[in-house]
Ligand binder design. Structure first.
Ligand code: TLP
Length: 373
């Protein structure tokens, strides 16, 4: 199968993120037909259905529909921690890098970072040595956060065994464990394990409906009944109590029922793209084959064009890519990217590289002829 194109979108190949996905026609249909009610009163039947389905999928008691992954992580942390408590998380964690410092700004929670390994894990010994002794000088260690798949570690997938080892550590140390599982369905598909095994024993997990699963809005926060009761108040404090949002939840149900297993198609295309890019001069694919739906690329030192210039040049050909920094590019595969898009993207990468080579040759000739004069 070569994939599909959203007839409502122009011919741009958008690889900046899987957050750019539009809802499928089936989602739009489900949204149009959704039964709704006031969810702050707990009366939206479609949200109630989505929450029950999500909890069941994760093997947890309860769940909560939240407007975004960022708010889901924050509501979880607010429900687990009080002001002055400390969370232990990776120095490349999304919650640390890209959530506007919400845990500190809004929760008075102190983030303690330890190094993320390239495979997305935190070393157990690093977690252990970050736990504070009971001493009035220190904040109180309360929560460990891990991320699966790990975005900044190249879409790395944390295994069931690794997660279980962190669960055991957390339980022995009487700490809570939260999983930022924005893309945990990608992890489950990559590993070929049922999703609930990747979160077993964790105190909470957030997963996103609006990334690879294509729903337009929303994330789910899952945990025990008591935890979700607290998180519901945190969501309200953050202004995330929604009313007739069953319209959105209907797309979420469609996402959970029909969009999770197909993620393997995105992973396959990510592998094809990585393979194509290996032939482009000046670029090195970081993880080849890529572990999930992201391809991270290093722009080699000394190459005459940095990641931002690659992004500008490719945009001219209708390909949008993410420049993480000067030296690093991220390409994310999702439902609306077809096999043809992958071929086109590789073709345009080659063309940009050729143009660059010709340009530097021309410049070299001009410089040497100027020297001769
Ligand atoms: N990530 C976005 C950007 O914020 C970087 C992306 O394009 O990948 N956890 C993880 C692991 C994420 O990657 C993201 C979004 C979130 C949480 C936040 O989700 P939203 O965007 O729904 O707040």
């Amino acid at each position: 199968m070569s994939g599909r194109k959203d007839p409502k979108v122009n011919s741009i190949i958008d690889l900046r993120s899987d957050t750019v996905t539009h809802p499928t026609p089936e989602m739009r249909q489900a949204m149009a037909n959704a039964e709704v009610g006031d969810d702050v009163y707990g009366e939206d039947p479609t949200i109630n259905r989505l929450e029950a389905l999500s909890a069941e999928r994760m093997g947890m008691e309860a769940s909560l529909f939240i407007p975004s992954g960022t708010m889901g992580n924050l509501a979880a942390i607010l429900a687990h921690c009080g002001r002055g408590d400390e969370i232990i998380l990776g120095d490349r964690a999304h919650t640390f890098l890209y959530e506007a410092g919400g845990v500190a700004a809004l929760g008075g929670v102190h983030p303690r970072t330890i190094p993320n390994q390239d495979d997305g894990t935190l070393r157990l010994e690093d977690i252990l040595s970050a736990i504070r002794p009971d001493n009035p000088h220190f904040p109180i260690s309360r929560l460990i956060c891990i991320e699966n798949t790990h975005n900044r570690c190249g879409g790395a997938v944390l295994t069931e065994e690794y997660t279980r080892s962190v669960v055991e550590l957390a339980q022995n140390q009487r700490l809570f464990l939260h999983i930022d599982g924005a893309r945990i369905f990608n992890a489950a598909v990559a590993l070929g394990v049922p999703i609930h095994r990747l979160v077993a024993g964790a105190d909470s997990v957030t997963f996103c409906l609006s990334k690879g699963l294509c729903a337009p809005v929303g994330s789910m926060l899952c945990g025990s009944e008591a935890f979700i009761h607290k998180a519901r108040r945190a969501r309200k404090q953050l202004g995330g109590g929604m009313r007739q949002a069953g319209i959105l939840a209907a797309a979420g149900i469609e996402a959970l029922e029909n969009m999770t297993q197909r993620l393997e198609e995105d992973h396959k295309r990510a592998r094809a793209l990585a393979l194509g890019i290996t032939h482009i001069p000046g670029l090195t694919v970081e993880k080849n084959p890529p572990p999930s739906n992201m391809v991270f690329i290093q722009v080699n030192q000394g190459y005459p064009q940095d990641a931002y210039q690659w992004a500008d040049a490719l945009k001219e050909y209708g390909v949008l890519i993410g420049a993480v920094d000067k030296q690093r590019i991220r390409l994310v595969i999702h439902y609306w990217i077809t096999d043809e898009d992958i071929e086109e993207t590789v073709k345009f990468f080659s063309r940009v590289a050729e143009n660059k080579q010709e340009e530097s040759l021309r410049r070299g000739k001009r410089d040497s002829s100027m020297r001769m004069e």
